[in-house]
Write a protein that binds this ligand. Structure first.
Ligand SMILES: NC(=O)c1ccc[n+]([C@@H]2O[C@H](COP(=O)([O-])OP(=O)(O)OC[C@H]3O[C@@H](n4cnc5c(N)ncnc54)[C@H](OP(=O)(O)O)[C@@H]3O)[C@@H](O)[C@H]2O)c1
Length: 238
């Protein structure tokens, strides 16, 4: 199956993984992207994408976004929940973290779930797909990002639950798990990062094949290790 003639909404489609995915899909599909930064949204428009400003932490923005979809793009049939943020801090070394804790949960989990809830009527009205971008850290937490890890664990569980409740609906639920990828989010991290173009090629290939778990081999290996030897997984992800 080629990904074509779809009407796709990508949250956080103005940067990193979401932007690269949007650009790779735009020639054969209608692609709407959301984010907060006006400059990035203007750039998206120049690149042939349909930009809508929406902060996932704002109830007003969520309502406006959903109203725009209902009125102007009711054919929407793919929701890619990609927007996310990550802060790196150790909770024993930093204590002034309450705002960061709030934001990470609000954007990565609450806002994402709320947007999904609001768009379910549009999506359930026709054959549709929901792709949730989680993280390997949602399976194996890392010590300087346990709130991010918890938010992604929540998103993974939500994805599984969504699949259960939508089993009699024409909606397929897919989880995408990127490895550490070279984007704005990881710009301060000194480690091996997958180039974003390489990740997009993997996503498109596995998505086209109808996979419900989209992830490169090393993430699938991590999930396997975590399943059988969780202690070893904790030693790999510190
Ligand atoms: N990069 C990695 O190594 C990696 C690994 C595993 C999973 N992931 C996941 O992949 C997804 C994309 O990450 P990325 O690396 O591409 O990050 P990125 O380059 O920082 O892009 C994040 C996107 O989310 C948007 N965003 C942030 N806060 C938002 C808010 N409050 N409301 C609406 N949009 C918001 C940003 O736009 P504005 O700032 O303009 O709002 C931007 O478009 C995230 O869910 C991340 O957790 C990334």
């Amino acid at each position: 199956m080629t990904i074509q003639n779809q009407s796709i909404l990508i949250t956080g489609g103005t940067s990193g993984i979401g932007k690269a995915l949007a650009l790779s899909l735009k020639d054969n599909n209608k692609v709407i992207v959301t984010g907060r930064s006006i400059e990035r949204l203007e750039e998206a428009q120049k690149n042939g994408l349909i930009p809508i400003k929406a902060d996932l932490t704002s109830r007003e923005d969520l309502d406006k976004l959903v109203m725009t979809i209902e009125q102007q793009y009711p054919e929407l049939n793919v929701l890619i929940n990609n927007a996310g943020i990550q802060f790196n801090y150790h909770m024993l070394e930093e204590t002034d973290t309450l705002q960061r804790i709030h934001n990470e949960i609000q954007i990565n989990l609450t806002g994402t779930i709320q947007l999904t809830q609001l768009l379910l009527p549009v999506l359930c009205a026709k054959p549709s797909q929901i792709l949730n971008v989680s993280s390997g850290l949602g399976a194996v937490p890392k010590t300087d990002g346990i709130v991010y890890s918890a938010s992604k664990a929540g998103l993974r569980n939500f994805t599984r639950g969504l699949r259960k409740i939508l089993k009699d609906q024409p909606v397929t639920v897919i989880e995408v798990i990127p490895p550490v990828t070279d984007t704005h989010m990881t710009s301060s991290r000194e480690e091996d990062k997958m180039p974003v173009e390489e990740l997009i090629a993997i996503i498109i290939k596995q998505w086209s094949k109808g996979k419900q778990l989209i992830a490169p081999r090393k993430i699938k290996l991590l999930l396997g290790i975590n399943r059988w030897w969780p202690g070893l997984a904790d030693r790999i992800i510190k």
